[in-house]
Design a protein around this ligand. Structure first.
Ligand code: FES
Length: 577
């Protein structure tokens, strides 16, 4: 089935034919007024659009796609826009992550099955970056990613408020009785006041930064606000550039190299980015055949300082980041400190260093330099121990320093419903030295590995002024959240990991400096408990949920479906009639 080298370009195998198939392939496309000369062998560019009103962060993508289209036409290409499944964090239940792999299949098959020579991917809300990239990576055509850009800063009673970050903090204040319901509702209208994705350094902004650091997006991709005209210019330039990339045969796998992923991992540490990027980068890498492990994140991120003073780790927002110089200023800092593979190629045909070596920083309060970093040695720490033999992660820059070495009594919640049922109970046997443990929220358990790892604290402790506690789960955490939260415990409870065996009153020891997380219970006792453990049934016995449950990999492997790892390439399938 693989395309042979002596075959004409992909789109020509549809549009460049004189037989009945050529008639069929061209004639129906002409129905909206496409002239014959568009079928002369010029590069056909797919504009893969994750627009949806069910994904509020991506609702400006029809306009963005038009700018890409203009760029493609200006460069002599033939643009064809197509929709794919969109995944919105805020509305989609039980979690958008459940559908990331499904959307990636949609993207992969839509690209391969159609007469496309190159593709521009549009994404914004969290999963709408990794899903298209995973799908496109498994086809491996020339590809450019255009992010939708962050919203303008939230403004509430004279102060900046950030997506998610202030949602969590104001929700805690409401539960502690420190703000009124009216104030809470007012903030709701002040937080999200323009097109774009979350404007904290949450998962969407992190993944847009990863796109730029990987070299798969144009310089400036990470931070230009969604409503800034320069976002549209970037989309237009991407449209022009993809046509050249097809002519240069610059396919995605030439960009997504091991060196590019190493750059992304270091950039992730420098921006204090979302823990979700760990799972997504591993999943994308495995699609192109680059082996990336959890340990790469710990090893490469160690010694990298967090430079950005952005929520949730700091106080500024993405708009400030853009005005201060954006990701180019961060990449320059990495390069000048020996932390960048400078020769990594990017989609504009230049190396990452050529793109960023002259980048300017306009505010050292927002983008710190390496000599005076915002936070030292942050990165993402990968923990191991009998509680997480295949790894777990914690984001030190979002954690409380004095809790990074902690021993405490486990207070166990068997699932998220159990948590919600008991957390507000004044009689709950818990104090601030306890370790909150949440089970069955991993890939199989939830299903889909929801962002519930940053469990809200018990109101009775909030009222005492407690602001953080050690929390452990097999779940993920929103990139906009914070706290001493251990995530992605693997294997997860629903797969029979040690997490499933933790009981109320067990002692747990966390030591981030030593990268350990242990359940202080004897092996004999754990063996006894394991013999009584029963594997859960699939949450649904049919459809995608069943497919997902049967085939999802654990967090340390990127939580992809086992049969999606790798690529099938851009072969042209058989004629359809
Ligand atoms: Fe879409 Fe945060 S909800 S990026």
């Amino acid at each position: 089935m693989a395309k042979k080298d002596n075959l004409p370009p992909r789109s020509v195998q549809w549009f460049g034919r004189d037989d009945i198939y050529g008639f069929i392939y061209r004639s129906w496309v002409k129905n909206r007024g496409v002239p014959q000369d568009q079928f002369d062998g010029r590069p056909v560019i797919g504009i893969c659009n994750t627009w949806s009103e069910l994904t509020p962060c991506n609702t400006h993508f029809r306009v963005l796609a038009e700018h890409v289209r203009h760029g493609v036409l200006e460069a002599g290409g033939f643009p064809l826009e197509f929709p794919v499944m969109s995944l919105g964090e805020t509305l989609l239940r039980p979690t958008a992550m459940l559908y990331r792999n499904l959307a990636s299949m949609d993207v992969e098959e839509s690209i391969r099955g159609n007469p496309l020579d190159g593709v521009v991917l549009l994404g914004g809300c969290d999963k709408t970056t990794p899903a298209p990239l995973m799908g496109a990576a498994s086809v491996d055509l020339p590809t450019v990613f255009v992010s939708g850009g962050p919203m303008l800063s939230g403004k509430y009673r004279g102060t900046d408020i950030g997506s998610g970050t202030n949602t969590w903090s104001m929700s805690e204040e409401l539960r502690a009785g420190k703000i009124t319901l009216e104030e809470f509702h007012e903030a709701e209208s002040c937080m999200h006041r323009s097109h774009g994705h979350c404007m904290t350094m949450g998962t969407a902004s992190t993944m847009a930064s990863m796109v730029e650091a990987l070299g798969v997006g144009m310089p400036g991709n990470a931070a230009i606000p969604a409503v800034d005209a320069r976002r549209n210019v970037l989309a237009r330039m991407a449209g022009r550039r993809i046509v050249e990339m097809v002519r240069e045969k610059l396919v995605l796998s030439k960009i997504l190299t091991r060196e590019a992923f190493e750059n992304a991992i270091r950039a992730l540490a420098a921006i204090g980015g979302s823990t979700n990027a760990v799972i997504h980068l591993i999943a994308i890498a495995r699609r192109v055949g680059v082996e990336l492990s959890l340990d790469d994140f710990d090893r490469l991120g160690r010694g990298v300082h967090t430079l950005l003073n952005l929520m949730p780790s700091g106080k500024y927002l993405m708009e400030d980041f853009y005005y201060a110089g954006g990701l180019p200023a961060v990449l320059r800092e990495l390069g000048e400190n020996g932390l960048l593979n400078k020769d990594a190629l990017t989609v504009n045909g230049r190396t990452i260093w050529e793109n960023n070596k002259d980048a300017q920083c306009w505010s050292r309060d927002v983008i710190h330099g390496f000599k005076k970093p915002f936070k030292k040695d942050a990165g993402i720490a990968v923990l191991r121990g009998n509680l997480c033999p295949d790894g777990a992660i914690i984001k030190p820059s979002a954690a409380t320093p004095k809790l990074m070495k902690h021993r405490g009594r486990a207070v166990v919640f068997e699932n998220i419903e159990d948590f919600h049922r008991r957390i507000d109970d004044p009689k709950l046997d818990i104090d601030e030295s306890c370790v909150m443990v949440l089970k069955n929220c991993g890939p199989k358990g939830y299903p889909g590995m929801a962002e519930v790892g940053n469990m809200p604290l018990p109101p009775k402790l909030l009222k005492k002024g407690v602001t953080d506690m050690v929390r452990i789960s097999d779940a993920r955490m929103s990139g906009t959240a914070y706290g001493t939260v251990v995530l992605h415990v693997a294997p997860e409870a629903a797969a029979g990991g040690t997490l499933a065996l933790v009981q109320n009153g067990d002692m747990i020891e966390l030591d981030v400096a030593r990268r350990t997380l242990n359940l202080l219970v004897s092996e004999d006792e754990l063996t006894k408990r394991k013999s009584r453990w029963q594997a859960p049934k699939p949450p649904l016995e049919r459809g995608y949920w069943k497919l997902y449950f049967d085939h999802v990999l654990q967090a340390n492997e990127g939580a992809d479906l086992d049969f999606l790892v790798g690529k099938s390439g851009p072969f042209v399938p058989r004629d359809n009639h």
